[in-house]
Design a protein around this ligand. Sequence first.
Ligand code: GDP
Ligand code: MG
Length: 163
Amino acid sequence: SLPLVAVVGRPNVGKSTFVNRIAQADEAIVHSMRGVTRDRSYHESEWNGVKFTLVDTGGIEMGGEDDFQASIRHQAFVAAEQADAIVFLVDGKTGINADDAEVARILRKTDKPVFLVVNKLDTPGRTDEIWEFYQLGIGDPWPVSAVHGHGTGDLLDEVVVAL
Ligand code: GDP
Ligand code: MG
């Protein structure tokens, strides 16, 4: 099966927007990951000739999980266990909050490649907002705008070589 790229992050950071921008329109749903009950989260994708499956973890059902923070935590654990690369999306407009810090704490423990992606930076070149995200201890932040597409190509260039 194809390598798996998981997009994780708290609600509203732009996971679905990001995934929908990158995923091919005519996708086939092929994956069956443990604990997954909705298939709309899986998208066949390709970049620079490399095929992979992009997973929007925000769409993964938790099976009765109603604790919001436990749900985010669970998604991060599943991604760390099962993905080949992880895109950790944060919100460049709101900055870091406790949920981001919790996801970061989990992802710092994995040996998988983790890309820290600062979304909603809609004006190219105006990316001062990225600096605070070094605090998360995940390495260099990648500025993107999922809505406008800025930065997503440079990011994907690096993601696919990590697969
Ligand atoms: P999710 O909960 O992480 O899946 O986030 P969504 O993809 O649903 O996006 C949450 C909100 O952020 C929506 O109103 C999006 O339109 C908005 N959003 C997502 N990406 C961007 C972006 O690059 N720039 C701006 N300005 N808004 C964005
Ligand atoms: Mg979503």
